[in-house]
Design a protein. Structure first.
Length: 126
C-alpha cells in the first residue's frame, strides 16, 4: 500500500490531468474518480456529481499548468486527512496558489465518496 501522501498526490494529479483533456466527456472523468453519490463540501459550498462536471468546463478553459504539493497526510481505513498546496497557472498567465485542508472518504477502488475541504488563496510568490 502506498503512503497516504502519495495516494492523495496521485489522485489529484491524475484526476486533473484527465479532467483537462478536451477529448473526453467531463462526466466520464468525474465518474472514474468519484462515486455517483459524491458530496464534496469546499468552504461550505456543496458540490454533487453534476456540479463537479460543470466545474470541469471552466477549468478546462482556464487552467494550463498545475502542481500538487502534499505536505502531510494520514489514512485510517477509507478516510484520509491531508494538508496540501495547489499551484496553478491560468491561461492569461496568472499564478494561483491555494492551501487546502482536506478530509475525505474513498472506496476500496480509490474513488472519492465524500470530502470536506477548507481552502485559502495564498499571496502570489508563496
Amino acid at each position: 500500500m502506498q503512503p497516504p501522501e502519495q495516494f492523495i498526490a496521485d489522485f489529484f494529479t491524475s484526476f486533473t490531468e484527465q479532467a483537462l483533456r478536451d477529448d473526453e466527456d467531463p462526466g466520464h472523468v468525474v465518474d472514474r474518480y468519484f462515486t455517483p453519490d459524491i458530496v464534496q463540501i469546499s468552504d461550505g459550498v456543496h458540490l454533487d456529481r453534476d456540479k463537479l462536471v460543470a466545474h470541469l468546463r471552466p477549468l478546462r478553459k482556464n487552467l494550463v499548468a498545475y502542481r500538487f504539493d502534499v505536505h502531510e497526510a494520514l489514512m485510517a481505513g477509507d478516510r484520509v486527512a491531508a494538508r496540501l498546496t495547489i499551484h496553478g497557472r491560468m491561461r492569461k498567465g496568472r499564478d494561483i496558489t491555494t492551501e487546502v485542508h482536506f478530509f475525505g472518504e474513498f472506496t476500496p477502488e480509490g474513488r472519492m465518496r465524500h470530502s470536506h475541504q477548507l481552502t485559502r488563496t495564498l499571496p502570489e510568490g508563496r
